[in-house]
Design a binder for this molecule. Sequence first.
Ligand SMILES: N[C@@H](CCC(=O)N[C@@H](CS)C(=O)NCC(=O)O)C(=O)O
Length: 227
Amino acid sequence: MQTESLTLYTHPMSRGRVSRWMLEETGLPYEEVILAYCSAMKAPEYLAINPMGKVPALRHGGVTITENAAICTHLADLVPEKALLPQPGSALRGLCYRWLFFAAGPLESFLTARKYGTLAPASEAGYGNEADLLRTLEQAVAGKTYLVGDGFTVADLYLAAVMGFYMRFGMLERRAAFEDYVLPHQQRPAALRAAARDEALMAAHPHPAAAAAAAAATAQATAVAAP
Ligand SMILES: N[C@@H](CCC(=O)N[C@@H](CS)C(=O)NCC(=O)O)C(=O)O
């Protein structure tokens, strides 16, 4: 029985969406703290919790857990009855770790580096080269509902969430095999509850890039309307 409190530090337009989805899968009660980019996220109070000044972070009792994949994996362990992770020490648990670490490390690093056009040499970079990385990803998900065994695990949650996020922002190509794998998971009740909560928070907590774009659009409209 989970008795210590859980608090999610997040922003509605951030990787914190993934941790929220996982929290919703657990069904455990949790508090949320919404932090503004650049200001509250970099304030001393929050740097004392996560010196990276990034979200998400999870407080579990008196302990801070950062790194989205670590948060999700830890949360899965809190609800063993939901079988979101195979038994410790089992080969299938190792397979879960494989895809969690693949997504959190090579895949995310590659997609960000590719966006900015500064890929490291393939033999040195953890993500290797583009063709190998995307082929590995496609082989992992093609024709599959679940990555590990015959049920939904935290590896599916994390990979589907990351792939969905990067496809949404045009950083990962929308191959049919990718969409066929991701879309059903995004329809899970917990995923929909989490997305609805974050969408509801967006108006009061805009992403700075969206806020800047809106301000620029308003300024342009005002200039055009001016006599
Ligand atoms: N490796 C971290 C990355 C966290 C991360 O970069 N979060 C972004 C939002 S998606 C952030 O907080 N950016 C704010 C900043 O760096 O100032 C994880 O997987 O949790």
